[in-house]
Design a protein around this ligand. Structure first.
Ligand SMILES: *Cc1c(COP(=O)(O)O)cnc(C)c1O
Length: 625
């Protein structure tokens, strides 16, 4: 694989799947699993890991808090999501609105959840958290009965689960057994039978403490970390942290390397500079301790790890050149496994994964093929404030400024372009020469058969994308927050969503006819468009062409076409049958031009900006008829 980065992580989803299958082999028939994806799935990427685990049959996902859960919802994840840590009272409303399941261990939160659920006219699922000896959050066992009867009074709450957590399942047998017994006894004494009873994390499952559960929470071991100690042949690391040597240098006997003279050369030799330091999550405590995997050997880290650089002894490795790829964590050798590296400084493999995974650019692999990558800038941008809502906010501010003063408006507008395109997120790939044509045929049974043709130029940033049709506003909205959706359509509520009501006639990128795969679910139809040759076009501007066929209600009397991305020069065309007599366009444009040139002929209206004019999202035209 040709990667040109200072450092990156590779997330191997095929290995993740094998680890899951190993763990699943310990489950009884009546037991399912919850995939823990907190802390961005221990640095592996919550969305990708969630999707991979759901494909392997996960019944539930687990996150640390409301924010993590609502990001997954915005990324289109529909599966049930449990919030493992205690939530704040202020979060009750958003928990209910995002259909998340909170872990509950206090009445104040329960009361607020009940109120929010009542307001929306729904029943809110909750899982009761018990404390079986860890003494962190949770209701003490002796208080559980009375707590449950208080909860039972809330008419809009449903106890869907009861759970607890082990303190040291991987190594303290006596304590774990006592926790398991306390939990089991309590569950058996209850009159209620919640759908999910769960206690075990991944190591507890392997250790045999999951007998009382019908759900097991998979965490660290699914990422290939053997916290028990004899499974390093069964579990393989999903994450590998890699870099390339930036320099190879000579050193003479007696000379020192790095800060504080902590390493002295015992003889003349060679050493290399790795452009990775503790700021990249490579722990400072690994100074003078770790090894890296390079050119089929392992080589020791020498000297102190600096903020942005580390040094490696290459004396015993022949012919190493700068640019040589190396692996600092994960990879093939035992010594670079997170559990073995963290053991060198009495640290935690959990922490090491999180700190590395937080910063590095990620490449997702499946059987050695790169599926796609998640660039760092984009990740931060989305996690901090959901790109699109930020964009709309900036634009609405710009517009209101414009209304008051043309001059200020112009200034703000220049500033937005600079911030968006040149500074903030280099991954904003805008569309150019965007043309959207909608053609109606004569109505049949209350619907116009509608053909849409979309063409534009854009830098291809992935080897696939999605064309989506939503059956509700809510689903449609979620598609606007996804980076991999190129085109979305909202189906009229009078139609049932199927391949007959929304069809892709063809999708082309750079003249290549893409393969399409349809995936449908509750309220959505997604068409995955891909082609092996796209991988070679990534990073280059391409012509996109998307043709669809669908139906539009005659009694709606209006058709809206909106621009959802930052775009440079736009044309919108509506072609309609003669039976539609009084069609009128109302254009709402923001950007350099507020009134694009309009041409009205019989059966055809088009609006077109001048060449190279910037158009902001949420611009568009409403055609009334
Ligand atoms: C993090 C977490 C897990 C996962 O535990 P692992 O040891 O990583 O398998 C399970 N349950 C709860 C409540 C957690 O917070």
């Amino acid at each position: 694989m040709e990667l040109h980065e200072r450092s990156w992580v590779e997330i191997d989803l095929a290995v993740f799947r094998e680890n899951l299958n190993f763990l699943k082999s310990f489950l009884r028939e009546d037991q399912g699993f919850l995939q823990v994806v907190k802390a961005d799935a221990y640095g592996h990427g919550a969305k990708e890991i969630a999707n991979a685990a759901l494909a392997e049959g996960a019944k539930y996902l687990g996150v640390a808090n409301l924010d993590e859960g609502s990001i997954l919802r915005r990324q289109g994840i529909k599966a049930p999501i449990l919030i493992l840590s205690p939530s704040l009272p202020d979060e009750a409303r958003a928990i209910v609105e995002n259909s998340l399941t909170p872990g509950v261990s206090d009445l104040q939160l329960a009361r607020l959840l009940d109120k929010e659920a009542q307001r929306l006219g729904i029943t809110q699922a909750i899982h009761i958290k018990l404390d079986t000896g860890m003494h962190r959050s949770g209701i003490r066992l002796e208080d559980a009965q009375s707590f449950l009867s208080e909860i039972a009074k809330f008419k809009h709450l449903e106890i869907e689960g009861i759970f607890s957590h082990f303190s040291a399942a991987e190594d303290d047998e006596g304590f774990s057994k006592a926790q398991e017994e306390g939990f089991t006894r309590l569950i058996e004494s209850l009159d209620i039978k919640p759908k999910y009873i769960h206690l075990a994390n991944s190591s507890a499952l392997i250790k045999g403490y999951a007998k009382a559960c019908n759900l097991v929470r998979f965490g660290i071991m699914s990422f290939g970390i053997d916290v028990i100690g004899n499974l390093q042949n069964k579990l393989l690391p999903v994450m590998s942290f890699k870099s390339t040597l930036s320099q190879v240098k000579r050193i003479k006997k007696g000379e020192y390397v790095g800060y504080k003279l902590s390493w002295q050369a015992p003889r003349d030799g060679l050493y290399g500079i790795i452009p990775v330091g503790y700021a990249d999550g490579y722990d400072f405590m690994l100074s003078n301790k770790a090894v890296v995997e390079i050119a089929g050997h392992t080589a020791p880290i020498i000297g102190r790890i600096s903020m942005d650089m580390s040094t490696v002894d290459l004396s015993s490795i022949p012919d190493v050149m700068p640019d040589e790829e190396l692996c600092l964590l994960g990879g093939k050798s035992k010594e670079t496994r997170a559990e073995n590296l963290s053991a060198l400084y009495d640290g935690s493999a959990y922490e090491l994964l999180c700190q590395v995974g937080r910063r590095a650019k990620r490449y997702y692999l499946m059987k050695e093929q790169v599926l796609h990558s998640a660039p760092l800038a984009r990740r931060d941008f989305i996690a901090s404030d959901f790109a699109d809502s930020k964009l709309s906010r900036i634009i609405s501010q710009a517009l209101s400024a414009r209304l008051r003063s043309e001059e200020i408006g112009e200034m703000v507008y220049r500033e937005i372009l600079r911030t968006l395109i040149f500074n903030q997120d280099r991954d904003v790939h805008y569309r150019r020469n965007f043309r959207h044509l909608v053609r109606f045929d004569e109505a049949e049974e209350g619907y116009y058969p509608a053909e849409t043709v979309l063409t534009y130029d854009k830098v291809l940033d992935s080897d696939y994308f999605i064309v989506a049709c939503a059956a509700s506003d809510e689903v449609l909205r979620s598609y606007f927050l996804r980076n991999d959706v190129e085109y979305r359509w909202l189906l009229d509520s009078g139609l049932s969503l199927s391949e007959d009501t929304f069809e892709i006639s063809s999708v082309k990128v750079g003249g290549i006819d893409l393969h399409t795969e349809i995936h449908s679910g509750e309220g959505f139809l997604e068409i995955r468009c891909h082609h092996p040759e796209l991988a070679n076009l990534i990073g280059k501007e391409q012509e996109f062409e998307i043709r669809t066929k669908t139906f539009y209600p005659a009694d709606s009397h209006q058709l809206s076409v909106f621009i959802s991305d930052l775009t440079r020069s736009v044309e919108i065309v509506f072609e309609y049958p003669a039976s539609l007599k009084h069609v009128e366009p109302v254009s709402i444009f923001s950007g350099q031009e507020k009134n694009p040139a309009m041409s009205i002929e019989e059966g055809r209206i088009s609006l077109k900006t001048k060449e190279d004019q910037w158009v902001f999202p949420l611009s568009g035209v409403v055609f009334t008829y």
